[in-house]
Design a protein around this ligand. Structure first.
Ligand code: CA
Ligand code: CA
Length: 560
């Protein structure tokens, strides 16, 4: 499964940041088709909800997209302007976006695939009656074309990210900047000109007056002892390191981006932060969530919490010691060395504190767009890939570390929870999933599928792969860490949530119908923490009796 691809389909297509031609080239047309259908669907719904013509609807989206950036909104209008005449004609005639993208725009070659079984969607007809369809005004379209002219020649490039911080002057892989793989992902660097100063550092090479490990504790007490020595030396410090996929990084696309009824000039204010974090929210995730500004997080029905926050609360000396090495689309195959995601982690050794590690590749070994089971990872491949990463890890973590495998989920809960719910674009999830499959552009054919036997067989393979973890734990020993395995039982989590009065769909991301939601992240953090606290309290270290003294002297320890 390649999340950058669906990201392209849903976001870059929707926002038209890329020209249509480069979009199509990226994925032999099916991505272009899905993008076209979603974008045309959104434009026409805006036109209906706001009672404006198609041209104004395009302007509305593009202006809301970048209210303070006329170049960006102009680029958006430019990308959509070529579709205006066809959209206008079909809109007036009442043809669906599926029809427009197939027959009028030629963006869809798979004539049998349809997203909108009825058009307009019911949630729009419920809102407005009778529906208005305004025809394109020539003045409006002239204005858009003038705007286009101003920005012709403009070259917009999104930053290319290799999963390492973009801003990192001393090369220790910790950054002073939040986005672009910076401190949202790994504890903030407190000295970006010394590669021996970073979160989790054990050996002090700069003296007690400086903060050698960025935990906000520094200086010398009146008795001559350094505060680091006094408060932390016997505290058994440790940090969180998670290697994983888009669920680890906490992938989420704001559903408001696809909701015609509520779109306004605030809808896209989060565009830049979202894109510069790869549409991920590591600072709100179950393993490394830490922000105290939860307005930065996707909507939730529970307070944000994480393994890192709990580990920090237990021992304030652990402040800022976390690394989120989660990458959208990661599987055991593309995690492994020598060229996989794992090489972007900060290597630790005896100069550093031990790590509480998680290896959480919970779906991509069975999830991809292809319609067969042969493209899924086999147990033998899974074992070889994982061992390869473990051997690499053993050379790069401090002694006394611990590793928890978080197994593949039973993704059948997705369809069971979502099929009859309404996607923000106005169709049921069953229709949304089928449409993506029909175009062979789904992130997970095996589970986002209306065929129950396919879903069952996918789960069967996922459980076979989970058995490999048990086998590895039984057959292998590593010098720097021990291992355990947990199964993140989403079915049980959902049952617990429903028993509290919640709905299963609360635990799944609305826009993609695939990822664990912010609410699910909080539940996952609680469950995995409880498991470790019960089974391996020594893995978490003792509660630091100096916490109150640390807080009194150092306050928020410099924040995150
Ligand atoms: Ca640095
Ligand atoms: Ca310190």
């Amino acid at each position: 499964m390649k999340w950058s691809h669906l990201l392209g389909v849903l976001v870059l297509g929707l926002l038209a940041l890329l020209s249509q031609s480069s979009f199509v080239a990226a994925d032999s047309n099916s991505g272009g088709c899905a993008a076209c259908t979603l974008v045309v669907g959104l434009v026409e719904q805006i036109a209906m909800v706001k009672n404006v013509d198609i041209s104004s609807a395009v302007k509305n989206i593009c202006t809301n997209l970048a209210p303070s950036n006329s170049q960006l909104s102009g680029l958006c209008a430019l990308a959509l302007s070529g579709w205006l005449p066809a959209m206008n004609k079909d809109f007036a005639a009442g043809y669906s976006p599926d029809y427009t993208c197939k027959y009028s725009l030629g963006m869809c070659k798979e004539f049998s695939c349809n997203l909108f079984k009825t058009w307009p969607p019911k949630h729009i007809t419920d809102l407005k009656n009778p529906l208005s369809r305004k025809l394109l005004s020539l003045d409006d379209s002239r204005e858009i074309f003038e705007e286009m002219g101003k920005i012709l020649g403009l070259n917009v490039q999104l930053p290319v990210v290799d999963h390492k911080p973009l801003v990192d002057l001393d090369g220790d892989l910790y950054s002073t900047m939040a986005k672009l793989r910076g401190s949202d992902w790994r504890g903030k660097d407190c000295n970006d000109s010394n590669a021996n100063v970073y979160p989790g550092r054990a050996i002090d090479t700069v003296g007690p007056k400086q903060d050698h490990n960025c935990n906000g504790i520094k200086g010398v007490a009146v008795d001559g002892q350094s505060y680091e020595e006094k408060f932390c030396a016997k505290s058994q410090q440790r940090g969180v390191l998670i290697l994983g996929d888009s669920a680890t990084a906490h992938f989420s696309l704001p559903p408001t981006w696809m909701t015609a009824a509520t779109m306004n000039n605030q809808t896209f204010t989060n565009l830049l932060p979202v894109l510069t974090n790869e549409a991920d929210y590591p600072m709100c995730s179950w393993a490394t969530g830490h922000t105290n500004d939860t307005a930065q997080c996707p909507e939730s029905k529970l307070p944000m919490t994480s393994i890192y926050l709990k580990l920090r609360e237990r021992n304030l000396c652990n402040h800022r010691d976390f690394q989120n090495i989660g990458v959208n689309g990661a599987s055991t195959k593309n995690m492994q060395p020598p060229n996989g995601v794992i090489v972007s982690m900060h290597n630790r050794n005896v100069t550093d504190q031990p790590s509480l590690m998680f290896y959480a590749l919970i779906g991509n070994d069975v999830c991809n767009r292809r319609h067969n089971f042969d493209s899924m990872t086999t147990p033998a491949e899974f074992e070889a890939n994982t061992l390869n990463s473990l051997r690499y890890l053993d050379e790069r973590v401090a002694p006394g570390s611990h590793l928890t495998f978080v197994g593949l989920v039973d993704g059948r809960v997705l369809y069971e929870s979502m099929y009859d719910q309404i996607h923000p674009i106005g169709t049921t999830y069953a229709d949304f999933y089928d449409f993506l499959n029909c175009l062979e552009t789904s992130p997970c054919w095996g589970w986002m599928n209306s065929d129950e036997s396919v879903r069952n067989k996918t789960t069967e393979r996922a459980m076979q792969l989970n058995d490999v973890y048990t086998k590895i734990i039984k057959e292998h020993k590593f010098k720097n860490f021990d291992m355990d395995y947990v199964f993140a039982d989403m079915k049980e989590a959902i049952a617990g949530w429903v028993a509290q009065g919640g709905h299963p769909a609360d635990l799944i991301e609305k826009t993609d119908g695939f990822h664990p939601s912010q609410t699910a992240n909080s539940i996952l953090a609680e469950k995995i923490w409880q498991y470790l606290e019960t089974t391996h309290p020594d893995w978490l270290g003792p509660v630091n009796p100096n916490n109150a003294a640390i807080q009194a002297l150092f306050g928020d320890q410099g924040g995150h």
